[in-house]
Design a protein around this ligand. Structure first.
Ligand code: HSE
Length: 396
């Protein structure tokens, strides 16, 4: 079979865009070439290995270009590019998780109306082919949960702190230097990047779309030495975990928050910028996907995989979303947390269903107890602003 020739118009020449160019240079496929890259500042990229422009029209008006690859940082600008490409009938590969998390439903509809594909495996978990697997292999009702480490930078920081005793800010600056972190690293450490990925994953795992602001999201930015000591004393590690979990047949709970992970869990040993996703289902119990979740080359290779999929006109079918029997998002879910607080006001911020353990001293106070997810969501903004730390603390 003759393979389709792809001529790419690339938007963005940052870490992932450069990673993609390098991967393509080394693989040198005879049916894929980048015609031009559109960047904000052409002076900055004078040495780029492909022709560059700062005008989107140079790409959209080039009749040779039959695939847009969008790898820019700005979610609003990314949406404009992706929407325009689909309306012009040009398939798109995108890596912009924030843009997808907010606009995915519109873009699914636009794909249907235009008959044009949008692929974005690179948007979630770097080199791990999670979306296409959830879409194709897990195309049934057996899935119970999809949980894991979805952000490489925060995991890198946690690894350096727990394994090497490194200081938080030093670990963060190394993650930035190595090109794992977002240009605004609070997206990584405060859980937003994991949240966007979880929203995308949940569409393909369970056929359910939940707007990002409806999901409880708490990061590792407020973690202190006391929290690390607590985890060590309990022989656990703190990991930032995105979790989509079915409760019974027809309800689905979603969270992004630190978790105290015990040694027997697969993700306990996921270190550095690696991501790890545990897929739990009926009859097969658990499966584990593991790989590099950040960085120019791993993510560039995932973009290449989406590009290659375009050579045979692959597109997501959203079979679960369209199945008519999807679970309903619920926040009525009780689970155990560790809550470290400073003031009495913060102590009474949360109403627990049940308190298992509490500790108070002049400098360190905590509660371990069961709480309803809706209670955390109700207080989410206040918790994120306060000097507190919240982590899920599962029994095993
Ligand atoms: N900043 C992201 C991370 C990049 O650290 O995982 C990959 O999405």
């Amino acid at each position: 079979m003759k393979r389709k020739q792809l001529v790419i118009g690339l938007f963005g020449f940052g870490n992932v865009g450069q990673g993609l160019c390098d991967v393509l240079r080394r693989v040198n496929p005879d049916n894929v070439r980048i015609a031009r890259a559109c960047v904000r500042n052409t002076k900055k990229h004078r040495d780029a290995p492909v022709p560059i422009t700062d005008k989107a029209d140079d790409i959209f008006n080039d009749p040779e270009i039959n695939l847009i690859v969008e790898l820019i940082d700005d979610a609003d600008a990314a949406y404009v590019i992706v929407e325009r490409a689909l309306r012009q009938g040009i398939p798109v590969v995108s890596g912009n998780k924030k843009m997808l998390a907010y606009h995915i439903m519109d873009l699914i509809e636009l794909q249907r109306l235009t008959g044009t594909a949008l692929l974005y495996d690179a948007s979630a978990c770097g080199s791990i082919p999670v979306i296409r697997n959830l879409e194709e292999y897990y195309d049934n009702d057996l899935l119970i949960s999809v949980k894991g480490i979805l952000n490489g930078s925060s995991n890198f920081i946690l690894s350096k702190i727990f394994n090497e005793g490194m200081d938080y800010s030093e670990a963060l600056s190394i993650a930035q230097r190595l090109g794992f972190a977002e240009s605004n690293p609070t997206l990584d450490v405060d859980g937003w990047d994991s949240l966007f990925k979880l929203v995308i994953i949940t569409i393909h795992a369970f056929g359910v779309y939940v707007r990002p602001e409806e999901i409880f999201t708490f990061g590792i930015g407020r973690m202190t030495a006391d929290d690390i000591r607590f985890a060590n004393e309990k022989r656990r590690r703190i990991k930032l975990v995105g979790c989509a979990e079915k409760l019974g047949d027809d309800k689905l709970a979603l969270t992004v928050m630190p978790q105290l992970i015990s040694k027997q869990k697969y993700i306990y040993s996921v270190e550095d910028e690696f991501n790890g996703i545990v897929i739990k289902g009926m009859f097969y119990y658990k499966q584990f996907m593991f790989g590099r979740g950040a960085g120019g080359h791993p993510t560039g290779s995932s973009v290449l995989s989406d590009i290659t999929a375009q050579t045979y006109d692959y597109r997501y079918e959203y079979k679960k979303l369209n199945s008519g029997h999807t679970p309903t998002y619920t926040t009525d879910f009780i689970f155990r947390i560790y809550y470290r607080y400073t003031t009495e006001g913060e102590r009474h911020l949360l109403t627990f269903e049940n308190i298992n353990e509490s500790y108070k001293s002049a400098t360190y106070n905590y509660i371990v107890g069961d709480i309803c997810l809706s209670e955390l969501i109700r207080n989410a903004d206040t918790l994120r602003r306060a000097e507190v730390f919240v982590a899920a603390y599962p029994a095993d």
